[in-house]
Design a protein around this ligand. Structure first.
Ligand code: SF4
Length: 461
């Protein structure tokens, strides 16, 4: 291995800092790169002052994400210019789509790579060419989400064409990962102490339709549920048109699947759904949600909504508002639209004024905050299981079955509990985005047991 290319005079391994922007799917790519770098003798660091190389894993999903990616690349270039022999590379969704433009604007970058170009990246970083051949076929399906929790990316790309979304241009057509490889990787994760698998993809409900010619998410989850040590399965990024009621009913019955569904409706008016090319209706989406809830009070349906899409009238917004009031989502994120180049939405006329879009966002967020507060208050006095993420001297923070990492609420538990373990708690207080709780000590839960060293495995495909 040609380590001297990176290091100063000593023979220490080159130190790489990976800066990850964007969503959990991007994190899985960063973890794949980390695994490959470690296999090739590199050291991963978390502080710029210790790094020889910075890799920026970019996101291009919305304008804010693009701006942030460019700012981080500019900061990395300034870091590079402050000392000799430093290098900066960029990868990810934004470089996949706009790589040529970024190269022109930022010639100081030492290399720009698209999705999954692992061999080229390792070569550019200085790994031995012999040890990197075939690296493009070496992909991890998982990435860290927290202590005791890991993302399992079951597919990449997307074959839909929602008018506001540039993901298909950036990540290509839908590709399901092989079921047996996913199960094998999940078994390795379970052996490292992972208790929760967060099942992700650009959209998860179409898993299998490309390679197996049928939806295979239920079969996959059933096999994952059989793995010893895995206690929670959580599905993110369902796609409403690909999630009919009978399918969600079947899915909801899979053992260990937490009562949680991420079901991004985006809108509810027929006019908007058509303009957004969503190929569904408010009535169909409601039927699917009801099928997943199946009358149970303990089910959490999370949604994402987009306001201010071109042509959205007051009447369209009222329909959306009434739908949100009617369905009473337990969790929701609301975003304002910004046009993405190359998408159908960017060509539509009749834009919505920014102030109007922001006002609509505000109204929906107020509604949602009220709904969340009511649901949380109704949980005071109940018991639930919480996966601890972190702790301090006299309090710990964790997530219930209703909370995915980074996007949902959290539970603050009195006392210092071990991260990565599940604890039963009693809810003692409620705010819109947080529950307070006290632990129930039970001898069947081994207190203080470590969740192990969570080192992600790397599988060859
Ligand atoms: S389903 Fe629609 S919103 Fe989701 S990734 Fe595909 S095109 Fe984008």
């Amino acid at each position: 291995m040609d380590l001297k290319r990176h290091c100063a005079s000593d023979l220490r391994p080159p130190r790489v800092l990976i800066h990850t922007l964007g969503c959990a799917k991007n994190s899985v790519d960063s973890d794949t790169l980390s695994g490959l770098l470690k296999q090739n003798g590199f050291e991963l660091v978390t502080r710029e002052s210790r790094a020889d190389v910075i890799v920026v894993n970019t996101c291009g999903f919305i304008d804010d994400a693009k701006v942030e990616s460019i700012q981080v690349m500019l900061e990395a270039v300034r870091w590079k210019q402050a000392a000799n022999k430093r290098r900066v590379f960029a990868m990810g969704c934004l470089t996949q789509r706009d790589g040529a433009e970024i190269q022109q604007e930022l010639p100081e970058l030492d290399g720009i790579f698209g999705i999954g170009e692992w061999s080229a990246m390792l070569s550019a970083l200085g790994a031995n060419p012999l040890s990197v051949s075939g690296s493009d076929k070496c992909t991890m399906f998982s990435g860290k989400a927290g202590p005791g929790s890991a993302y399992l990316r079951i597919s990449d790309g997307c074959s839909h064409a929602c008018a506001f979304c540039a993901i298909p241009q950036m990540r290509g057509l839908y590709r399901s990962e092989p079921l047996e490889k996913l199960v094998a990787e999940a078994k390795l994760l379970a052996r490292t102490g992972v208790k929760e698998l967060l099942i992700i993809g650009q959209e998860t409900t179409s898993y299998g339709v490309d390679t197996y010619r049928k939806r295979m998410l239920v079969e996959l989850c059933q096999q994952l549920a059989d793995i010893e040590g895995i206690e929670w399965l959580r599905i993110l990024y369902a796609h409403p048109p690909s999630a009919p009621p009978h399918f969600l009913s079947e899915l909801a019955r899979v053992p260990k699947l937490v009562p949680y569904l991420d079901f991004p409706i985006e809108h509810a008016s027929a006019n908007m759904l058509k303009r957004m090319n969503r190929k569904t209706s408010a009535a169909k989406m409601k039927d699917s949600i009801l099928a997943f809830r199946d009358g149970r009070e303990d089910v959490c349906v999370r949604t994402t909504v987009l306001v201010g899409f071109p042509g959205e009238t007051d009447q369209d917004f009222d329909e959306l508002y009434r739908f949100m009031e009617d369905v009473r989502f337990e969790r929701a994120g609301v975003f304002t639209y910004s046009p993405q180049s190359g998408t159908r939405g960017a060509e539509l006329s009749d834009p919505v004024e920014e102030g109007v879009a922001l006002d609509r966002l505000d109204r929906l967020m107020k509604l949602q905050k009220q709904l969340c507060l009511e649901r949380h208050k109704s949980q005071i006095g109940s018991t639930m299981r919480v996966l601890i993420d972190r702790n301090a001297r006299d309090a710990s923070w964790g997530r219930s079955t209703w909370d995915a990492p980074d996007i949902d609420a959290r539970v603050r538990v009195r006392g210092t509990l071990t991260p990565g373990l599940l604890h039963d708690v009693t809810i003692s207080g409620a705010a819109a985005y947080q529950l307070d709780a006290v632990p129930i000590y039970d001898d069947s839960i081994k207190r203080g047991e470590s969740c192990g060293n969570f080192a992600l495995p790397v599988l060859s495909r």
